[in-house]
Design a protein around this ligand. Structure first.
Ligand code: NAD
Length: 471
């Protein structure tokens, strides 16, 4: 049996496929492809009476725009090629959603279950010191964010460590995003990637002609969904799709196994249940699948891998029954698996577009930190007064009253979270339309991933051309 392409090889193969359909010079395409800087480090951490040597990475894929940007992953599976693949995807992701950063990613090779909070704090702080020492972190150089195994808590530790080492730096809060709101974070960041997945799916299903071509009923409402990974991205994708899209989640897979229910699974309740019991198994109203891996073959419209890379491979791709594979995780479908899925008539919505909500809102957070003011603070009350004046003028001209509840709804000024969600929705819609145009207008482009790659390559090539390098 031939060897399966690993994550980085899959990313390279997909890039080459798309690059061959562009007219950019060979040298420029090579420059866009390669990783610009790779920092591998090993540092000791005291655990009990002994020391443990921790292996960690930060990869900056592209310096064509600065700062570079990308999450930090804590996982025992971390390796250099994985971090390179993730950093590479970040560059294309940022280009697709017009976030003016180069791509980067960090990885710390640890199993978070084997360390307590105090030890994780030590590891995170020491990792940050290593990044500072090599100038691999800073508001204008490289800005990390959460990824698999990390969240706002780790980002707060990173910020604190950075500020201790850069006392008095005015913009230091912008050295990392995904921070707690009380620590210069932004409302709406935690949910952002899952919410972006929802907006992306909603947009692609809103075009009647496309849906007809794909053999799908238009609209997201009533579609069934199966999710792998009930972490940050998976849980928000499920919860928001149910509440705002009318989707039915019929299957969920986690480390401990897979559950399903054709009647639908309440994701908010399932998250609480797992927190309390430490497992999704036994959730009321659901049945247990025979194997954990069975999630791939559950009957549904939208399959959402939201855990890790290389989950749908050539070994299980044939089992997929869903029409849409929504890449909420990075790299969950291998290049070999995608060939099989496309032959089956599936639509793979690519990671570099679909999960870009996280970096989009991270960009908003970075801007907020640099401007030192919360979104909505200046204009909220002004807008509210202006809308009230309009409603009252209409009331006096018509002699009819709008009613207090409706009036307060119409006249409300936007809060930070409203503006963040609005900016995210706009970004996901506009970016999808750009990819769709490439997909529909270029005959040789037969899948959304290639269309997304071409969209990104064209934008990055334009940046290089504007710099006067590769004229
Ligand atoms: P997370 O750590 O919050 O959650 C991941 C979940 O997947 C965990 O609950 C874990 O137990 C589960 N999981 C791991 N292996 C599994 C398996 N084999 N079967 C079933 N479940 C499994 O991580 P996250 O932040 O939600 O990230 C998930 C994916 O989304 C990653 O690929 C990440 O790179 C990508 N992503 C995350 C963000 C973000 O903002 N957090 C942004 C873009 C992309």
């Amino acid at each position: 049996m031939s060897k399966q392409a690993n994550f980085y090889e899959s990313v390279e193969r997909n890039y080459d496929k798309a690059a061959a359909l562009t007219k950019h010079p060979k040298g420029l395409l090579e420059q866009i492809k390669v990783c610009n800087a790779i920092y591998q480090m090993n540092f000791p951490i005291r655990v009990g009476k002994d020391y443990k040597v921790i292996e960690a990475y930060r990869v900056q894929h592209s310096h064509h725009r600065l700062p570079t940007k990308g999450g930090i992953r804590f996982s025992h599976l971390v390796n250099q090629e994985e971090v390179m693949a993730l950093a590479t995807l970040m560059t294309y992701k940022c280009a697709i959603v017009d976030v003016p950063f180069g791509g980067a990613k960090g990885g710390v090779k640890i199993s978070t279950r084997k360390y307590d909070a105090e030890q994780l704090e030590k590891i995170t702080r020491r990792y940050t010191v290593e990044l500072v020492r090599k100038n691999f972190i800073g508001p204008g150089t490289d800005v990390p964010a959460p990824d698999y195994g990390t969240g706002s808590r780790e980002m707060a530790w990173i910020l604190d460590t950075y500020q201790q080492l850069n006392n008095g730096e005015l913009d230091s809060a912008a050295c990392v995003t995904g921070k707690p709101v009380a620590q210069n974070g932004i409302r709406g960041r935690t949910e952002a990637t899952g919410r972006g997945v929802f907006y992306g799916l909603k947009e692609m299903l809103s075009n009647e002609a496309d849906c007809k071509k794909w053999g799908l009923a238009p609209g997201i409402e009533g579609k069934t969904m199966v999710i792998q990974g009930l972490g940050n991205v998976g849980s928000y994708t499920g919860s928001i799709s149910i509440k705002e899209g009318g989707v039915k989640v019929v299957g969920v897979s986690e480390m401990e196994g897979t559950i399903y229910s054709p009647k639908g699974i309440d994701i908010d309740k399932l998250v609480k249940y797992r927190k309390a019991k430490g497992t999704i198994m036994g959730f009321p109203g659901t049945k247990k699948a025979k194997d954990r891996g069975d999630w791939v073959g559950i009957e549904c419209d939208i399959l959402v891998p939201a855990a890790l890379e290389s989950q749908i491979t050539k070994a299980n791709a044939k089992q997929v029954k869903a029409k849409i594979i929504a890449e909420a995780a990075n790299g969950p479908v291998t290049a070999d698996a995608e060939t099989i899925l496309l032959k089956k008539g599936c639509i793979v919505v690519p990671d570099m577009y679909l999960n870009a909500g996280g970096v989009t809102v991270s960009y908003f957070e970075w801007l907020k930190n640099l401007s030192h003011v919360r979104y909505g603070r200046i204009e909220k009350r002004f807008d509210q007064n202006a809308y009230t004046n309009i409603v009252e003028l209409v009331e006096s001209l018509t002699g009819k009253k709008v009613g207090e509840r409706r009036k307060s709804f119409i006249t409300r000024g936007a809060d930070e979270v409203d503006l963040v969600r609005s900016g995210l929705e706009e970004t996901m819609i506009t970016s999808y339309q750009q990819i769709r145009e490439v997909f529909n207008k270029r005959k040789k482009v037969t899948d959304l991933r290639t269309a997304a790659f071409i969209t990104a390559i064209d934008k990055i090539a334009n940046d290089y051309k504007a710099m006067g390098i590769f004229p």
